[in-house]
Design a protein around this ligand. Sequence first.
Ligand SMILES: Cc1ncc(COP(=O)(O)OP(=O)(O)O)c(N)n1
Ligand SMILES: Cc1nc(C(=O)O)sc1CCOP(=O)(O)O
Ligand SMILES: [Mg+2]
Length: 210
Amino acid sequence: MVKSFPYQLYLVISEETCVHNHFLTVAEQAVKGGVDLVQLREKNTSTQAFLQKAFQLKEVLDRYNVPLIINDQLEIAQQVEAYGIHVGTSDIAPTQIRENWKNLQCLGYSIEDIQQLDTLESKTADYLGISPVFSTPTKIDTITEWGLNGIQQIRSMTDKPLVAIGNMNIQNTYEVIKAGADCIAVVSAICACRNPATAAEQLRNEIEKA
Ligand SMILES: Cc1ncc(COP(=O)(O)OP(=O)(O)O)c(N)n1
Ligand SMILES: Cc1nc(C(=O)O)sc1CCOP(=O)(O)O
Ligand SMILES: [Mg+2]
């Protein structure tokens, strides 16, 4: 059974990608503009610093009832009582996460090739990240881009909620949702903007048009 996934605009944030404002300000403004799910993805910080940022971000998000997802780090996710965790093929496996985190609410898993869809790991996930829809300088260790055809192909093969990530912006959001994605996830389209609330609002409008 597919669990409810009512999220459509997903912010993936780290301190270093927030160019003009503090990351907590970006997160709060983005939520005010329409972001309904946030992932903290810190690739270049110590565990202690990641944990501290996670607590700070959770405090902000809790005020708006917006769930927090932690990237990669199971212990941090559990310590901050996050809503969930997102992992990819090089990380701790979804089945192992389920074994170790009994009251986990939301488990995201990246799909990089079509064979992965038919695995226990994918079936264990609550949503699948289409990784990447379009190639992006924000994450360069990806394999190939799925494009709109890839989204349609995955959509025809699974009922799981699909999160489109990779160079998502206001120009391509409408067609990506039309192709079958349930949600779009962004870094630069919000974090690199001077006004994160306006950026989120514009993305939200594109989603709602579709
Ligand atoms: C929503 C979402 N989709 C995909 C990813 C990528 O996860 P992963 O493949 O584990 O790569 P890293 O983010 O760990 O570099 C994601 N984080 N979020
Ligand atoms: C965190 C992440 N994961 C990706 C994947 O393909 O799995 S692409 C990506 C970064 C997305 O950044 P931007 O919105 O700036 O393109
Ligand atoms: Mg990962």
